[in-house]
Design a protein around this ligand. Structure first.
Ligand code: PGA
Length: 241
C-alpha cells in the first residue's frame, strides 16, 4: 500500500539550499538501496511530498520524480489563501499556483491556527478552494476539535480530504505520542471525516516512523525532513514496515 510521507519545511531553507537537499536525499536513498532497504518494484511504494515555502516551489519542481526505487516525489504547499484571486495583498491564491504541479495543500496546521488565528471556517474555505483547483487538502487536526473541523467543511467535500493528526504536545518537541493514542484518534477521524487517508505528524523520525506506518497511511514530518539524508531514512521505514 502506498504511504504518503510529507516533508514540511515550514519557513526553513532558502531557495538556493534546495539542490543540496535533493543531492543528500538521493544519496541517502541510493545508500539504503545498496543495503537492500529500498528497491525498485518494492511492495510498498512511497509517495514523498515536499512542502517548501512558497519561494522555493519552483526550485523543488525541478526535482520531482516518478517512482524510482519505489519512491516518487510530488509538490505541496504549506498553506493557501482562504480567498480566491483578488485584492488580498500578501496572500497566495490557488490561481497564483497555476503552472506549478502542486498536488497537495497542507491546511489548518496548528502553527497557522496559533500564530495567524485561523478558524475552522478559514480552514474550510481553503479546503473548498484547493479542491476546486484539483489540489488535495491535508487537513491538520488535534483530538479535541477534529469533529468541529469536519463539521465546518461542506459535507460533500469532507470525504475528499486527507487528515493529519498533529497533537500539539508532539510537534517539534521530540515527544511523539503513543501508537494506541494515534489509533484512538484515527477512530474519531473516521467518525467525523469518514474513511479518508489518515496520517500522523509530531516528532516522527527514523527511530519511530515504522510503528506509525503500521497504523497510518503516512506521516507529516518537519524537523526530521530538514536534512535530505535523515529524511531518506524516514522514507525507508515505509519500505521495511
Ligand atoms: P515535527 O513537526 O516533525 O518537527 O514534530 C511536525 C509538524 O509540525 O508537522
Amino acid at each position: 500500500m502506498t504511504k504518503l510521507i510529507i516533508a514540511n519545511w515550514k519557513s526553513h531553507k532558502s531557495v538556493k539550499a534546495v539542490p543540496t537537499w535533493f543531492e543528500e536525499f538521493h544519496a541517502g536513498l541510493s545508500e539504503l538501496s545498496s543495503q537492500g532497504v529500498v528497491s525498485a518494484g518494492a511492495a510498498v511504494e512511497t509517495q514523498v511530498v515536499i512542502a517548501p515555502s512558497f519561494p522555493s516551489l519552483a526550485a523543488v519542481n525541478q526535482h520531482l520524480t516518478a517512482y524510482q526505487m519505489g519512491v516518487s516525489v510530488a509538490l505541496a504547499v504549506q498553506d493557501v489563501s482562504p480567498f480566491p484571486a483578488g485584492k488580498y495583498t500578501g496572500a497566495v491564491s490557488m490561481q497564483n499556483l497555476e503552472g506549478l504541479p502542486v498536488e497537495y495543500a497542507i491546511v489548518g496546521h496548528s502553527e497557522r491556527r496559533r500564530y495567524f488565528h485561523e478558524s475552522h471556517v478559514d480552514v474550510a474555505m481553503k479546503v473548498e478552494l484547493a479542491l476546486a483547483s484539483g489540489v488535495t487538502p491535508i487537513v491538520c487536526v488535534d483530538e479535541e476539535y477534529v469533529a468541529d473541523q469536519a463539521a465546518a467543511i461542506a459535507p460533500e467535500l469532507v470525504a475528499q480530504c486527507i487528515v493529519a493528526y498533529e497533537p500539539l504536545s508532539a510537534i517539534g518537541t521530540g515527544n511523539s505520542v503513543a501508537v494506541d493514542q494515534v489509533v484512538r484518534v484515527k477512530d474519531l477521524v473516521v467518525k467525523s471525516f469518514g474513511e479518508v487517508p489518515f496520517i500522523y505528524g509530531g516528532s516522527v523520525d527514523e527511530t519511530n516512523a515504522r510503528e506509525y506506518f503500521l497504523v497510518c497511511d503516512g506521516a507529516l514530518v518537519a524537523t526530521a525532513s530538514l536534512a535530505g539524508g535523515q529524511f531518506a531514512k524516514v522514507v525507508a521505514c515505509a519500505h521495511s514496515s
